[in-house]
Design a protein around this ligand. Structure first.
Ligand code: SAM
Length: 523
């Protein structure tokens, strides 16, 4: 009984948008030290959220708060609305199909009085929605990736006496009872796999529930690496057309090292790949990864990429930047189950602005490397603020010396390209990935240096022009502080200057929000 009350209290808390799904447990005073109890309640909350829309629809047809007014009073704590949702979830969608409480508990008695009608109405909703089972009425979890990716790492084959070639891997998988398909098939059939249609030489695609690598010598030796497909793209794009005579490469933000190890493999473990990582802990992880994956051509450095002196790397021609981002593309998050409110939107906008400034700074630093020809910038974010807009600003600040590489060298067969509204023509040069593409949400762009006398049209120029205007408009941090003071004066005089452009309007809105917060805090 308490179990349902706690889950309903947590849902009440979430309705007020006071934090994350997990955070709502503490707010509902669930004993988070008791792993069993909190896990059970968390699972109920998540499952109820998945079915919330259909349960609400059902309650419109069978209005239990009216029919059972005595039990489900309007102003209870937890709210009747959420108590009903969790009870209905267990009755209609849980594997046991029942409410796990004493038969004498009034809310259970009240719901069961309408059990037959509720079930019949639910089936009606299912038929109307054209679903083959009531479970299909739940919100599709965005964490459902339809495939599991395994990257073959040729470095191990190069450095070890055992045969770790791709053909040996196929033979190993056949011995494990897997069938290799010649063509991609989704969902990937049980005990089957195929070579990924975009990364045909290195990436194998398995059914999502696969675990064959656990304890397997191929995994233990680093000869296969678990890496999402989209996360392989940046290394693949930055190394496009590379040959060992060309020069050296950099992975500027390397830990845990998935992309570094793929770059190293694409270099045939030849030449030199410098890998930077700022965080000491993550640097240790990177070192372990590089050792396991036999990345003998990588020189790892613990340090801040923006503090490197470009002149010290006169032979570096290719740079990969995969800096910290909001991670909004990572699909095992629960955020999609709850709608963000305006206050959270404001916090998010502020956070994205800071991230974007840092991301831009990383690209601008990469542009300073004297021999750099190709700079790839990627994020696991789906926000234009961190993706196309950063790219447009980088182009705008590149003084015409950098442009977006043509689609032909940026995974031309990948269909989902960038946002045209943001980058104009340049959108075709960059790629976006979404869970619909059976990957995490991801963004990859590639800048190339414009050769002297090259008059080719600079792609992305439209977005860059707009970004240049924005950059010019952008307020320096000091100036912003001054502007804040000015605004205070304006407020006193009662004559605020009117913001004119969308960017100014957005800043004014955020500033107002901040002032509101400050005033609230001062009270
Ligand atoms: C998104 S992760 C990189 C993931 C990595 N590319 C991979 O595929 O395994 C970003 C990493 O960059 C590091 N980082 C952030 N700013 C940095 C900087 N200025 N210099 C070097 N590393 C930085 C972070 O500590 C973090 O480990």
């Amino acid at each position: 009984m308490n179990f349902y009350r706690s889950a309903a209290l947590a849902l009440d808390h979430l309705d007020k948008h006071q934090g994350s799904v997990k955070g709502s447990l503490a707010a509902a005073k669930v004993n988070t030290n008791s792993a069993g109890e909190s896990k059970r309640i968390l699972a109920l909350i998540i499952e109820t959220l998945k079915y919330r829309d259909v349960l609400k629809q059902l309650l419109m047809t069978v209005p239990l708060t009216k029919l059972e007014r005595e039990t489900f009073r309007p102003k209870g704590s937890p709210s009747s609305a959420n108590l009903l949702l969790v009870l209905l979830h267990d009755l209609l969608f849980s594997p046991k199909g029942k409410i796990e409480a004493s038969d004498k508990w009034p809310p259970k008695e009240a719901v069961l009085r309408h059990g037959a009608r509720l079930k019949a109405e639910l089936v009606r909703l299912q038929i109307k929605a054209g679903k083959s089972s009531v479970r299909e009425l739940g919100k599709a979890a965005s964490s459902t990736v339809e495939a599991r990716y395994v990257r073959w790492n040729p470095n191990v084959d190069l450095s070890r006496a055992d045969d770790f070639s791709l053909s040996a891997l196929h033979a190993h998988l056949a011995a494990k009872g897997f069938t290799r398909l010649e063509e991609p098939a989704y969902p990937v059939p049980d005990r089957s796999y195929f070579m990924d249609p975009h990364l045909t030489e290195h990436l194998l695609v398995f059914p999502p529930a696969s675990t064959w690598w656990v304890g397997d010598k191929w995994y233990e030796s680093g000869a296969v690496i678990l890496q999402d497909k989209a996360s392989c793209f940046p290394a693949y794009v930055v190394m496009d057309g590379w040959d060992a005579t060309e020069g050296e490469c950099i992975d500027a933000t390397a830990a845990p090292g998935n992309k570094t190890s793929y770059m190293s493999a694409l270099m045939g473990a030849e030449g030199t790949l410098y890998a930077f990582e700022r965080s000491p802990n993550r640097y240790n992880t990177l070192r372990n990864m590089l050792e396991k994956a036999q990345c003998s051509n990588v020189q790892a450095t613990r340090g801040d990429f923006t503090e490197t002196n470009p002149a010290d790397y006169p032979n570096v021609t290719r740079i990969l930047l995969d800096p910290s981002c909001s991670g909004s593309g990572i699909v095992n998050r629960l955020d999609y189950l709850v709608d963000a409110d305006e206050a959270e939107d404001d916090e998010q906008a502020e956070r994205l602005e800071k991230l974007a400034a840092f991301q831009l700074q990383m690209i601008q630093h990469a542009f300073r490397f004297p021999a750099a020809q190709r700079v790839v910038y990627s994020t696991c974010s789906i926000h234009a603020e961190e993706d196309e807009r950063v790219v447009a600003k980088a182009l705008a600040s590149g003084k015409g010396q950098w442009r977006l590489a043509p689609r032909a060298s940026v995974l031309p067969k990948w269909e989902r390209r960038g946002l045209v509204d943001e980058l104009g023509d340049g959108a075709d040069s960059v790629i976006r990935c979404l869970p619909e593409d059976k990957t995490n949400g991801f963004f990859v762009s590639c800048f190339e240096r414009v050769r002297e006398g090259d008059v080719a049209k600079v792609k992305g120029a439209k977005g860059a022009k707009r970004a240049r205007e924005e950059v010019e408009e952008e307020v320096e941090p000091e100036a912003e502080a001054e502007e804040d003071e000015e605004d205070d004066d304006e407020e006193k005089s009662g004559a605020p200057a009117k913001p004119k452009t969308p960017a100014q309007l957005e800043r004014a809105r955020r500033k107002k929000q901040l002032q509101k917060k400050r005033r609230k805090a001062a009270k």
